[in-house]
Design a protein around this ligand. Structure first.
Ligand SMILES: NC(=O)c1ccc[n+]([C@@H]2O[C@H](COP(=O)([O-])OP(=O)(O)OC[C@H]3O[C@@H](n4cnc5c(N)ncnc54)[C@H](OP(=O)(O)O)[C@@H]3O)[C@@H](O)[C@H]2O)c1
Length: 347
C-alpha cells in the first residue's frame, strides 16, 4: 500500500501533490513535484556519464546506452534522471540528449523526466541573463524545448536568494522550465527561496542534498521535515555513499579519492556494512537496494548513480518492499550523521 502525504501549505496551492512515499515504493508509484511533475520514487544520477571525476571514457557510452535501455523498459518503473551543466562540462547532458533522441526514434513509450542544474558561480552577477543563457545551453545539449526540473546547484551565488528566485521565475514565465528546485540549501535558505518564488505564484519543487546511511545530517538537522512542511520534495544525492555502500569496496580496496563526498576511511564503515549485508541477505536484495530503500523510507527520492545495466537492475530492486522499523533502528545504530560544510553543503 502506498500512503502519500499532501503537505500543501494553505497559502501555496501549487504545493499540492504527493512528494514522498510512506508505504511501500513500487514500480507503479508516482510522486508529484510542485503539483505537476510526475516522477518515480527513485531516480538515476548521471554525474558519472561523461565526467572525468568518474574516469569516463567515450568507449563507455555503449554501457550507458544499455543502462538507459534497461530503464526504458516499463517494468523498471524508473523515469527520472538527474544531470547538471557541470557534469563532464556538459557531456552528461550531451549523452542524455543523444539517448532521448534514440528513444524517440525507437518509439519508446516511457517519457523520461529530466532534471538539470545551473551552477551559480560566485562571479556570475548578471541575473537573470546568466541563468537564462546557461539554461539555453543545457536545453541545446539535451535537445529539449523545456526542462522538467531546473535546479540551483549550490548556495554559492553572491547575489541574494531573491535575485536568483526572480531569475528562476523568469525561466518559468518564458516557458523554458516546468518546475524549479535548489540543491545543498539549508532549511533557512529553503524557506527563503520558497517564499521568494511564492511571490511569483511558483512552488519550489525540490531541494537536493547528500543523504544516505553515511550522511543522515539532513534528517537530524530537521531539513527534511522543514522541506516536507513546505511541500518541497527532498532528492537524496550520493545515496550509495559514492559506491561505498555497495559492498564491493573495503579497507583493502577503497574507492578513488576523487569520490569526495563523505570520504570516510572504509574501515570506519565496517559495522554499518555488516548490518547492511545481514539485512540484504534476509530480504534477498543487493546491498545497494538496502541503501536506496533506507532513504525512501525517510521520505526522500534517491538519485543513485548507475554506470552499467547490471547496476541499474540491482538498484531498481530497491522498489517493491520496505525495511521494517526494527531494521531501520538497527541500521541507525551504526550509520553516520556527518555535518554541513561552509562552501557547498549547507543542507
Ligand atoms: N547536487 C549535488 O551537489 C550533487 C553531488 C553529488 C551527486 N549528485 C547527484 O547524485 C547522483 C548520485 O550520486 P553519486 O553518483 O555521487 O553517488 P552514488 O549514487 O552514491 O554512487 C554511485 C556509484 O556507485 C557505484 N554503484 C552504483 N550501483 C552499484 C551497484 N549496484 N553495485 C556496485 N556499485 C554500484 C557506481 O560507481 P563504481 O561502479 O565506479 O563504483 C556508481 O557510479 C549523481 O549522479 C548526481 O546526479 C548531486
Amino acid at each position: 500500500m502506498v500512503i502519500a502525504t499532501d503537505s500543501a501549505p494553505v497559502n501555496n496551492p501549487q504545493a499540492e501533490g504527493i512528494i514522498y512515499v510512506q508505504g511501500v515504493p513500487t514500480t507503479e508509484t508516482r510522486l508529484t513535484l510542485a503539483g505537476t511533475l510526475s516522477v518515480s520514487p527513485m531516480a538515476i544520477g548521471t554525474w558519472a556519464w561523461g565526467d572525468a571525476t568518474w574516469n569516463y571514457k567515450p568507449e563507455m557510452f555503449d554501457d550507458i546506452a544499455k543502462t538507459w535501455d534497461a530503464l526504458q523498459d516499463e517494468s523498471s518503473g524508473i523515469n527520472f534522471f538527474d544531470t547538471a551543466e557541470i557534469y563532464g562540462k556538459g557531456e552528461s547532458e550531451n549523452i542524455i540528449g543523444r539517448l532521448l533522441k534514440k528513444s524517440k526514434e525507437e518509439g519508446k513509450t516511457v517519457q523520461p523526466v529530466i532534471a538539470t542544474k545551473f551552477l551559480p558561480w560566485p562571479w556570475k552577477l548578471s541575473y537573470p541573463g546568466c541563468l537564462l543563457s546557461a539554461l539555453k545551453g543545457s536545453m541545446d545539449r539535451l535537445g529539449v524545448d523545456i526542462v522538467d526540473l531546473y535546479q540551483i546547484h549550490g548556495p554559492i551565488h553572491i547575489r541574494s536568494i531573491e535575485v536568483v528566485a526572480d531569475a528562476l521565475a523568469e525561466a518559468v514565465k518564458q516557458g523554458l522550465v516546468r518546475t524549479v528546485g535548489v540543491s545543498n540549501y539549508s532549511a533557512e535558505q529553503t524557506v527563503r527561496m520558497h517564499a521568494a518564488l511564492a511571490k511569483h505564484g511558483i512552488q519550489l519543487a525540490s531541494n537536493q542534498v547528500e543523504f544516505s546511511l553515511i550522511r543522515r545530517y539532513p534528517e537530524t538537522s530537521g531539513l527534511i521535515a522543514k522541506c516536507h512542511e513546505l511541500g518541497v520534495a527532498v532528492l537524496a544525492y550520493s545515496p550509495l555513499g559514492q559506491g561505498r555502500l555497495s559492498g564491493k569496496y573495503s579497507a583493502e580496496n577503497p574507492p578513488s579519492a576523487k569520490r569526495r563526498f563523505s570520504n570516510y576511511p572504509m574501515k570506519e564503515l565496517t559495522p554499518l556494512l555488516a548490518v547492511m549485508e545481514k539485512i540484504s541477505k534476509e530480504h534477498d536484495k543487493p546491498m545497494t537496494a538496502v541503501a536506496l530503500n533506507y532513504v525512501m523510507c525517510k521520505g526522500t527520492i534517491p538519485l543513485g548513480g548507475a554506470r552499467n545495466p547490471e547496476q541499474a537492475r540491482q538498484n531498481a530492486q530497491a522498489l517493491g518492499w520496505r525495511l521494517t522499523e526494527q531494521e531501520i533502528e538497527e541500521l541507525e545504530k551504526v550509520a553516520l550523521v556527518g555535518d554541513k560544510g561552509t562552501f557547498w553543503q549547507h543542507g
